[in-house]
Design a binder for this molecule. Structure first.
Ligand code: PRP
Ligand code: ZN
Length: 285
């Protein structure tokens, strides 16, 4: 049986999170720098380390079967691939930025200007939609330096923390796309490869759900239990165990990370004490 070939970014914003995701799925592979291709030792996959810009094309041509990369690249390259799963990490946006001291009246600012980008397709669509006539200068990297060296008046590039823009004296003025990491796949995978992909997706979803949830333990008097059960729906309903002290119980449940702080306050006012919150490693739904 042949392995499923997974392309991940060789270096850059997505590299570390992509490796970690595979490792958290229990997939062991050699991680040496400079390695461009490696087979996992305990799962039927081969990992290819590529430039994210090239991944859509390689997946379309089935040089790789699936790839992990930012939606930004998927949209820009618009190759014939399917988006299989959103991964929730590497959140960023594609934005236009101008020298920080310049005044920005609105998109018309860009009329007659030259804008450097690695995203010519998405940028020209944006300009067209807004009726802007600007010149697009396509460059493949270090886009933010373009205004500083006189190559362009503005840039259109990925912004995550914003620190690259700031270091280069630029100011984000409008955002044209939101993005996160996704898995894309070739549309004609063999039955064998589809089976491996299903196994991998099962593990990825378990890792993802675990990251989105917390295990919570707390103590409460018997009278507070109905109210606490209402606040803590959990996967089914909370586990309730009696404490050595009469009339007191320990409740265990799962809460969503994003609802967590709100729930904590509700629980305290309902009478919960000794609240413990613990990370979950894997969660099978
Ligand atoms: C993007 C962009 C900036 C950086 C911005 O590169 O080109 O260099 O991220 O991040 P910040 O706002 O946190 O400073 P990306 O990793 O997408 O990769 P690339 O080198 O493949 O273009
Ligand atoms: Zn890239």
């Amino acid at each position: 049986m042949s392995e499923l070939k997974i392309a991940i970014q060789k270096s850059g914003r997505l590299n570390e999170n992509s490796r970690r995701l595979l490792e958290e799925c229990g997939i062991k592979f050699s991680n040496g720098s400079g390695v461009l291709k490696t087979k996992a030792v305990n799962f039927p996959v081969e990992i290819l380390f590529l430039r994210d810009d090239d991944i859509p094309q390689y997946v379309e041509q089935q040089v790789a079967d699936i790839g992990i990369l930012g939606e930004n690249m998927v949209f820009e390259k618009s190759k014939d691939v399917s988006v299989i799963e959103k991964l929730g990490f590497a959140q960023c946006r594609l934005s236009l930025a101008i020298p920080k001291e310049e005044n920005y009246p609105g998109p018309e600012y860009f009329n007659g200007k030259k804008v450097a980008t690695s995203y010519p397709k998405l940028l020209s669509e944006y300009f067209e939609k807004n009726g802007i006539k600007a010149e697009i200068e396509e460059i493949s990297g270090s886009v933010e330096i373009a205004p500083g060296i006189g190559l362009a008046d503005a840039v259109c590039d990925i912004v995550s923390s914003g620190s690259t823009l700031m270091t280069n004296g630029l100011r984000e003025v409008t955002s044209i796309l939101k993005s996160q990491a996704v898995i894309i796949g070739n549309k004609k995978l063999s039955g064998d490869k589809k089976k491996i992909l299903e196994k991998l997706l099962f593990r990825i979803r378990a890792v993802k759900s675990a990251g989105e949830n917390k295990y919570i333990l707390l103590n409460a008097p018997e009278s507070a239990i109905p109210e606490i059960c209402r606040i803590l729906p959990g996967m089914k309903s909370p586990t309730i165990l009696p404490l050595a002290e009469k009339g007191w119980f320990s409740l265990h449940s799962v809460v969503r990370e994003d609802e967590f702080w709100e729930r904590i306050n509700q629980l305290k006012s309902a009478g919960a004490e000794g609240i413990l919150v613990i990370p979950i490693e894997k969660m099978i739904l």
